[in-house]
Ligand binder design. Structure first.
Ligand SMILES: Cc1ncc(COP(=O)(O)O)c(C=O)c1O
Length: 383
């Protein structure tokens, strides 16, 4: 089987393909001028592999945006530019150009302030102190969880587990749900366009359990071959794990449909939402999936922070991932009992400031509005 690439697209600008389905245009090799995360751009795009149409769509988008810019119309980029202190500098004698948002986004001042407020004002451990700073840190940490839960329309904030990043969230599912529920001959359905983070953990799990990996190819339109996916599903399928928005192609998977087909054969669905959560409204209840993962650093939040969302009854059924403080109820010398989710999966001192920073990033995205961001990034083009 050919090796897969996980190169990052520089910007995420969805457009509509010839078939009318939405796609996020992700130019991998661009020389460009951009003013902020949501800024108008002028660019020449080439790709490091595949997706020529996606590249040209970015150029069309750029021309439209730049005309608005020149005519003085305020774009979302113009409005938000000043929020990002890092952009106020020159690199190699030119005003900083930053297009690598799919790899990691820049951070607005409000997120930097939230981090600073925590470390300067109430740095303390969470869930284990009775003093004022610890109480405040715990409240803010749990408030951040609530913000993330509301952001993705989770029925409960207890269904949101903080992790280091999306990769860790997928590994958590692989090593807890996967090792417990998969056996020889079971099948895991992935696509050939998954990020390595949504491939390698399943390779490891299949090596340990004997479960078999099945792969969905792409159509000539560079979208997932949904007919092939449907054909791969059968009573042996235990999991479908795929992206919501592809970091390579920009195509948007019809997750609700995939969930319906997968659930019809009794399989669970994990959604890699790394590239959708920062760019469009994501509603876990509407999608109907069993797990969803994302990374804070791609959504204007700090690094070292991500989350796993899971259906409460499934999280409840899963054994711990890592052992340590916070994830236990009682500890004896020879055994322990475990806390309920999400604490069960958050062993040790978490990234407290970073969680609070993620909460501030969610506030920032909400202030702009996810529909507005998506609208700005999607043009009703029939290219
Ligand atoms: C689609 C997708 N999934 C997963 C990941 C992994 O994210 P992280 O490195 O933050 O764990 C990325 C990162 O680029 C991604 O684009």
């Amino acid at each position: 089987m050919a090796s897969t690439s996980s190169f990052h697209a520089s910007i995420a600008v969805p457009h509509r393909s010839r078939t009318g389905s939405e796609r996020t245009s992700l130019g991998a090799c661009c020389s460009a001028r951009i003013d902020s995360q949501f800024a108008p751009v002028t660019l020449k795009c080439g790709r490091t592999g595949g997706g020529r149409r996606a590249g040209s769509a970015v150029v069309v988008k750029a021309v439209v945006a730049v005309e608005d810019y020149v005519s003085g119309a305020s774009s979302l980029g113009e409005i938000t530019k000043g929020d990002f202190p890092i952009l106020d500098q020159e690199v190699h004698g030119y005003k900083l150009v930053y297009l690598d948002n799919a790899a990691t986004s820049q951070k607005p001042a409000s997120v930097l302030k939230a981090l600073r407020d925590y470390y300067e004002g109430y740095n303390a451990n969470v869930h284990r102190g009775v003093h004022a700073l610890s109480a405040k840190a715990t409240d803010e940490y749990e408030l951040a969880r609530k913000k993330v839960a509301d952001f993705i329309n989770s029925p409960s904030d207890r269904d949101v587990v903080f992790t280091r990043n999306a990769s860790e969230a997928i590994n958590l599912v692989a090593y807890t749900w996967g090792l417990t529920n998969l056996k020889e001959g079971d099948e895991i359905v992935l696509s050939v366009a998954e990020h390595h983070s949504n491939l390698v953990p399943w390779q490891l799990v299949s090596q340990k359990t004997g479960a078999v990996l099945r792969f969905v190819d792409l159509t000539s339109e560079e979208t997932l071959d949904l007919e092939q996916l449907k054909g791969l599903l059968n009573e042996r399928t235990k999991l479908v794990s795929t992206f919501h928005v592809s970091n390579v192609l920009g195509c948007i998977n019809p997750i609700a449909d995939i969930v319906e087909w997968a659930h019809a054969v009794g399989a669970k669905v994990l959604v890699d939402a790394c590239q959708s959560v920062p760019h469009m409204a994501v509603d876990v209840q509407a999608l109907g999936a069993d797990f969803l993962v994302a990374s804070s650093h791609k959504m204007c939040g700090p690094t070292g922070m991500g989350f796993l969302w899971g259906k409460s009854e499934i999280l409840e059924s899963m054994p711990p991932f890592l052992g340590g403080g916070e994830m236990i109820v009682d500890v004896f010398l020879d055994r322990s009992t475990y806390a309920s989710p999400p604490s069960r999966f958050e062993a040790g001192t978490p990234a407290i400031g970073e969680a609070i920073g993620l909460g501030a990033a969610v506030d920032y995205l909400n202030r702009i509005g996810m529909d507005r961001i998506h609208e700005y990034e999607v043009l009703p083009l029939n290219i």
